[in-house]
Design a protein around this ligand. Structure first.
Ligand SMILES: NC(=O)c1ccc[n+]([C@@H]2O[C@H](COP(=O)([O-])OP(=O)(O)OC[C@H]3O[C@@H](n4cnc5c(N)ncnc54)[C@H](OP(=O)(O)O)[C@@H]3O)[C@@H](O)[C@H]2O)c1
Length: 245
C-alpha cells in the first residue's frame, strides 16, 4: 500500500447496507466512491467527508469502464442488489429474472474484472461480495434470487483460488435479514413491518461494522466469508425461530 489515501468503491451506496458501509469506510479514512443510480440520495451523501458520488447504472458496462479508467481501487464492495417479486417461480416474468442476474451477478463480475488487474499489479486489494442466506439454503418464492446469490457465492470462492498468491483478499458477506429498502417494491409496508418486527432484524450498521473488522485484519489474514444473521433467525425449515416475548 502506498501513502496515498486508500480508495474504496461501494456499489449500492445509496441505501441500506451499502450506504452504511460507505459511511463507515469514509469514517475510517478511505476515499469512498459511492455508486448508485439515485441522484438525490447521492447528493445527500456528497456532504459526508471522504465520499465521492458516482451516479451510474451498474449494468451500463461502457459507462462503468469509463468512470473507473483512472481509479486505483483498493477495496471493492460488490453490494448492489435487487430482489424480484416474491412469488412462486412459475408466476415470475422473464424480464424480472433477467434483471436479477444482470445486477446481482453479471454486473458484479464485470466490475470485478475491471478492478482486479490493478489490485494484482499493486499486490494489494480486498474484494467483498454481498451474498445472502438465500444463496446458502432454500426459501419458498426465492428460487431466482437464491440462485443469483448462490452463484455469486460460488464465484467469490473460485475467484479466491485464481487470486492465490496475488495478495488480494476475497470476502463473501452472507447476510440474513437486514432492515433496508430491499423489499420496498415487492412487499407492502405492513408485510415488511411484520417481517422486521417479528424478530430483531439486523441494521445496516451491524454489517458495516463487521466489514471494518474484516478489513482491519492483518494483510496475511483473509476472512473468506462471514455469516451475519439476527440472533433469532435460523436458516432452513422456514427461516425464523419463534421470538420470545
Ligand atoms: N436486506 C436484506 O435482508 C439482505 C439480506 C441478504 C443480502 N442482502 C443483499 O444486500 C445487498 C444490499 O441490499 P440492501 O438490503 O441494502 O437493499 P437496498 O436498501 O434496496 O439497497 C440496494 C442498493 O442497490 C442499488 N442498485 C440496485 N440496482 C442497481 C443498479 N442497476 N445500478 C446501481 N445500483 C443499483 C440501489 O441503488 P439505486 O436504487 O440508487 O440504484 C441501492 O443502493 C443486496 O445485494 C442484497 O441482495 C440483503
Amino acid at each position: 500500500m502506498t501513502d496515498r489515501k486508500r480508495t474504496a468503491l461501494v456499489t449500492g451506496a445509496t441505501s441500506g447496507i451499502g450506504k452504511a458501509i460507505t459511511v463507515a469506510l469514509a469514517g475510517a479514512g478511505f476515499e469512498v466512491i459511492a455508486l448508485g443510480r439515485s441522484v438525490s440520495a447521492l447528493e445527500k451523501m456528497q456532504a459526508i467527508d471522504g465520499v465521492r458520488p458516482l451516479a451510474l447504472d451498474l449494468t451500463d458496462r461502457e459507462a462503468l469502464a469509463a468512470a473507473l479508467d483512472n481509479e486505483d481501487i483498493d477495496v471493492l464492495i460488490n453490494n448492489a442488489g435487487v430482489i424480484p417479486p416474491v412469488v412462486p417461480f412459475d408466476q415470475m416474468d422473464q424480464s424480472d429474472i433477467d434483471a436479477v442476474f444482470e445486477v446481482n451477478l453479471s454486473a458484479a463480475i464485470a466490475l470485478t474484472r475491471l478492478v482486479v488487474p490493478g489490485m494484482m499489479a499493486r499486490k494489494c486489494g480486498h474484494l467483498f461480495f454481498t451474498g445472502s442466506t438465500a444463496g446458502q439454503a432454500s426459501f419458498p418464492n426465492m428460487a431466482v434470487y437464491g440462485a443469483s446469490k448462490a452463484a455469486i457465492s460460488g464465484f467469490a470462492a473460485a475467484l479466491r483460488c485464481d487470486l492465490s498468491g496475488a495478495h488480494v483478499r476475497v470476502t463473501e458477506i452472507v447476510a440474513g435479514r437486514v432492515e433496508t429498502n430491499l423489499y420496498k417494491d415487492v412487499l407492502n409496508d405492513s408485510t415488511r413491518a411484520d417481517m422486521y418486527s417479528a424478530f430483531d432484524a439486523l441494521q445496516p450498521d451491524d454489517v458495516a461494522s463487521m466489514v471494518l473488522t474484516v478489513l482491519n485484519m492483518p494483510a496475511h489474514v483473509d476472512v473468506t466469508r462471514f455469516d451475519i444473521l439476527p440472533t433469532a433467525q435460523f436458516v432452513g425449515g422456514g427461516g425464523f425461530a419463534r421470538k420470545e416475548n
